[in-house]
Design a protein around this ligand. Sequence first.
Ligand code: NZQ
Ligand code: ZN
Length: 387
Amino acid sequence: MNSFYYYNPTELVFGKDSLSKMKSYFPKNIKKILLHYGKDSIKRSGLHDEVIEILKSNNIEVVELSGVTPNPKLSLVKEGIRICRDEDIDFILAVGGGSVIDSAKAIAAGVYYEGNVWELFTQNVELKEALPIGVILTLPATGSESSSATVINNEETLQKLGLESDLLRPKFAILNPELTLTLPNNQTFAGVVDILSHVMERYFTNTTDVELTDNLCEGAMRAVIANAYKLLENPNDYAARAEIMLSGTIAHSGILGLGREEDWASHRIGHEITALYGVTHGATLSMIFPAWMKYIYKENIKRFTRFSKFVFNVHDDEKTEEEIALLGIEKFEEFLKDIHMPIRLKEENILYDDFNTMAEKCTSSGFVGRFVKLSKEDVIKIFEMAK
Ligand code: NZQ
Ligand code: ZN
């Protein structure tokens, strides 16, 4: 196990009554907040009115900034920064999924930064101060509600890049699984793939003696898969929604990666697909992860046989380790098909002509991934396997 430092101050308020408790978690003396959200899902569900009511009854002044798109844009972040400065905002409340939370985090990071906020994503500038943010989560997927990361899309340069700082971890996250009952199936299952991927990026490691986190990862993956099948059967299953919501937060809270070297190649490759084609984050992962597995499994077959045995229950004494490893990958693909996620690039009309550009961008620092370091040529081969 490697040495680590872990800090996660996000207060998690979970359950059907969590929203009514929100006020107690605001920092003292908050006077004016920026209410940040997406298009219209929170208005359709009635959540917007409910939140306004709670804030007004607590004498908190509200400035609204809506319009966060999936794959959140830098231009809106800049508008948010301007509003926060002009209006003297002291807290940002993000109501939505990962895109809204990430947009709120980027605004929070940019408010006190004198230069162009994009420099925080492209240059090694240390973030020294950020506005506090709170979250009401409506889509379990990214884990951004307690993670230290934000991922923003620069529409001008076609780059999708991340920024990480413990200062960006939300102060609190309201997690009411009932708020996820309005999700269309494609968003629910894209979220499921993202959650699984956050576990797998940590699970596939060469770090040894990490038995506790190996077991936590395997248990998390089994729980996510089992509850995804329950939601396929009945999208209104509250208990399954609750399991998925908690899994999403835990998967990316940092706990599952403690003491382990993490990989993250599939995410970086997936971000290039989103930057160029606007494909939903979870869908990029369901196309790339299986191809990545098939390309690299031989580098550490034992890790993959363990994945097959303890996540997909593949036990067969007649089979070789390699056959068992491949069966696990096959079962993973079957699961993705069962939940109607794309597993081939052609399903999302990704063009062969762009493989080179995307591979070049995600390996601009020389390589991508840590479980196996991938060169540009490797990434092109992974794209080819996912065709
Ligand atoms: O805009 P509205 O109308 O709210 O609709 C949204 C949006 O269209 C809708 N939605 C959200 N909650 C709903 C709902 N519709 C009905 N009922 C509800 N309860 O869902 C759509 C997608 O929302 P989005 O926030 O884009 O999805 P997600 O949570 O999957 O976030 C994806 C973004 O997060 C980034 C991704 O790259 C992507 O940009 N990630 C952030 C991470 C982090 N900060 O730690 C880590 C992740 O790996 C990921 O990269
Ligand atoms: Zn993700």
